[in-house]
Design a protein around this ligand. Structure first.
Ligand code: TRP
Length: 463
């Protein structure tokens, strides 16, 4: 496939795919789901889901991509099932939707890096006015999209792979460094215990459903990101072991992020963990004062360090999101990569404007829609998040159904066996066959329906 680009080796692919997987979701969502879901017990369930449910989906996506050497839409055409390319088309829409708001949040992280570096810790308390000030957040959103487009426009090995090879190891070193430091703080162990002490009583349908969705989103599945990255993977490589590496990487970083965060929080509250909120609230609103409590000099350095780390994690994810539509445009419309990247990034940035203004600046987008049965309206950004959630699960359901019943497991297995000598007689093969035909379609199908009902219709089985 001259001109299309390839990852230069297995490590390049693993770092790029892990870069896609490790993102804002790992650092601001996973730790709190763990805490709310029963600590170590939740981590265990999460790991089981990663391997039971997500693993076969990732293997399938990589196999479809590598078999065809095509983008998320072209792959289905190349297999001879062009009707099914609707999966890829929906994936491109999902990618545009997710990137449009994800880029705005990534811009906040970048902006916070500069605020922390200047010792401006008050942004945390003024988080609401910070995000409604669109002249600041707008500039950072432009910068972040430009950085993303810069990496993508350089192509697969000189851009995506090289970026991941620089950013991912740096990210690991940064997390480990901050983790080591945070464990030395007073009350650190209170934070660790709060995070990890298993409480099986907190495991219920809601937290388990949460674990399923989070694992799926976190591994970047269901929208053809991994099909696209798989299309640049060499036939020499073992798909199964690559998938194991990417999964462990993602779970490992998410786990470490929690181990780093909770001691910091416990330190700043003096060990009182009764009033902790999660998500954007903690990361953007509460963390700056945590850093402030470490003293102006050190706090500024560590705070800047943390938000730089968050920006790096976000960048390898935005790159993977942008690559899906870009790869489609390059393959199918024969437009040069730089041009395709510029156009796509521009369109997605514009699509992100409602998310940008929907955090306090524009009343209409801040209180965008009130769902059936809900009391309060949600903002445009949350609305897109809910929509994307559903699209990914539907996409994942369709991908495994396609592989299990249309393309057929024999063809899937044939592709997986390339680069993996013992696959033919392995247990993994039996598991994959079972998973793509029964386990994954059933679980993803049920989860999709439950998430649609609970996101939009207030039927709360799992929320
Ligand atoms: N996995 C990333 C995170 O945890 C987000 C992400 C990047 C993503 N690419 C994706 C999610 C593709 C779904 C599909 O933050």
């Amino acid at each position: 496939m001259a001109g299309r680009g390839n990852f230069s080796n297995r490590l390049g692919f693993i770092l790029a795919a892990a870069g896609s997987a490790v993102g804002l979701g790992n650092i601001w969502k996973f730790p709190f789901e763990v805490e709310a879901g029963g600590g170590a017990a939740f981590v265990l369930i999460y790991l089981i889901f990663c391997f039971l449910l997500c693993f076969p989906v990732m293997v399938t996506e990589i196999a479809i991509g590598r078999k065809t050497n095509k983008n998320a839409v072209g792959a289905f055409n190349a297999l001879g099932y062009s009707k099914w390319n609707i999966i890829g088309k929906m994936g491109i829409v999902a990618g545009v939707v997710i990137l449009s708001f994800y880029n705005v949040v990534a811009g906040w992280a970048l902006g916070y890096f500069f605020e922390m570096a200047q010792g401006n810790f008050s942004v945390g308390k003024e988080f609401g006015s910070y995000v409604s000030n669109i002249s600041t957040t707008g500039i950072y959103a432009v910068i972040f999209m430009a950085l993303t487009a810069f990496v993508v426009s350089r192509g697969v090995s000189a851009g995506i792979e090289k970026g991941a090879k620089i950013l991912m190891p740096t990210l690991i070193v940064m997390i480990l460094g901050l983790l080591a430091y945070s464990l030395t703080l007073p009350n650190a162990m209170t934070g660790v215990k709060y995070y990890l002490i298993p409480e099986f009583g907190e495991l219920n349908l809601k937290t388990i459903g949460g674990a399923l969705r989070q694992s799926f989103f976190s591994l970047s599945l269901g929208m053809g990101t991994i099909i696209t990255y798989g299309s640049y993977l060499s036939k020499k490589e073992n798909i199964i072991s690559s998938t194991v590496s990417v999964t462990l990487f993602d779970v490992g970083i998410a786990f470490l992020a929690g181990l780093m965060l909770f001691p910091l929080v416990a330190y700043s509250t003096g060990g009182d963990m009764s009033n902790i909120q999660g998500g954007a609230g903690l990361i953007f609103a509460a963390l700056p004062s945590v850093f402030e409590s470490l003293g102006a000099g050190l706090g500024s350095i560590l705070g800047a360090f943390f938000f730089l780390l968050l920006s790096f994690a976000a960048l390898t994810s935005t790159v993977s999101l942008l690559e899906v539509p870009v790869s489609y445009v390059v393959d199918e419309h024969k437009i040069s990569r730089p041009k395709a990247t510029a156009i796509t990034a521009g369109v997605i940035f514009i699509a992100g404007l409602p998310s940008l203004v929907g955090n306090g600046y524009s009343e209409m987008f801040t209180s965008f829609v009130t769902y059936i049965g809900a009391e309060k309206p949600v903002g445009f950004m949350d609305f897109l998040g809910h929509l994307a959630d559903c699209m990914l699960l539907l996409g994942g359901f369709l991908i495994v159904t396609f592989a299990g019943y249309v393309w057929k497991k024999e063809n899937l297995n044939e592709e997986i066996a390339i680069g993996y000598e013992g696959y033919e007689n392995s247990r993994v093969k039996i598991f994959i066959g079972f998973a793509v035909r029964y386990l994954c379609p059933a679980l993803l199908g049920i989860l999709f329906v439950m998430v649609v009902l609970s996101n939009f219709f207030g039927v709360d089985i799992i929320n």
